[in-house]
Design a protein around this ligand. Sequence first.
Ligand code: B12
Length: 247
Amino acid sequence: MSDIVRPYGDTSGDGMVQVSFTLPIPHDKRAEGAAAQLAAKMGIEPALVVHAKAIGPSYTFFVVYGPVHHLVDLREVAVVEREFAMLSAKEVDSAIKTRLGRPLVVVGACIGTDAHTVGIDAILNVKGFAGEKGLEAYAQLHVVNLGAQVLVPDLVDRALAERADAVLVSQVVTQRDAHLLNTREMAAAFREACPAGEVPLLVVGGPRFDEGAAGALGVDRVFGRGTSPAEVASYLVHALVNEGAAR
Ligand code: B12
């Protein structure tokens, strides 16, 4: 396979892409022309407006289809590789039991005004996600799920009261970078409340996080779209229980 690729639409390498966006103008012929102009400025030329729909009297939603002339160099793609081994539930429980000698305490929440609990529930609840059971199903994980719209000071208080080994926070809403601001606030609050070396493992997750941003956000690990409970359980063992774990 070549290291250089182009998008595929109707025929190999034709460069076809489809994008959607909204313009703050009423739906009419001029609006469709405006959408085509924007697409051309984005490098999609000739652009075909394949869908245009009014969203109320003053906005129009568009789908535009057309070719780009850009190439992707696969050798320059940067990804965060999983740095830990995937374990079965049995291996997770056994590692915690033999090396820690007590259940590992996990406190989870969706912080700020964010009410999207489906993601954190997918990781924590027994019923889990995509056929995998959540962390509550592990015999050696004690899970406290605080639910939605938890204030950072309340999360810190509860995590300290539970003597949490790990704090798992979900952020789904990204409007005005709320997920980044809330995460930084949370990380700073734990660092202020806990003596050095006693901060619980801080983990955030949500569909629009950059998995490489842990350091910049002040947390230990970031999980993105499509994370599975087993990945999180395996990571907890890697970070907290295995020989050479950071704490
Ligand atoms: C369901 C839903 C709702 C439900 C939430 C119900 C609930 N109890 O959660 C309701 C109807 C309440 C809702 C409300 C709103 N919503 Co809404 N919602 C959605 C929707 C359709 C699905 C989200 C979801 O459940 N995904 C399924 C889960 C399993 O996936 P996930 O969250 O990504 O989680 C996975 C990973 O990200 C990761 N993960 C997530 N968290 C964590 C945490 C940890 C620790 C780890 C390890 C991993 C992890 O693991 C999970 C499993 O793989 C999305 C659109 C979409 N298709 O995604 C919009 C969406 C998130 N909502 C959106 C918006 C705007 C809103 C509202 C503001 C709408 C409004 N104007 O009122 C309100 C906000 C309410 C609030 N205060 O937060 C926007 C957000 C846009 C943005 N840029 O932020 C979206 C993207 C829709 C859109 N395209 O506009 N919403």
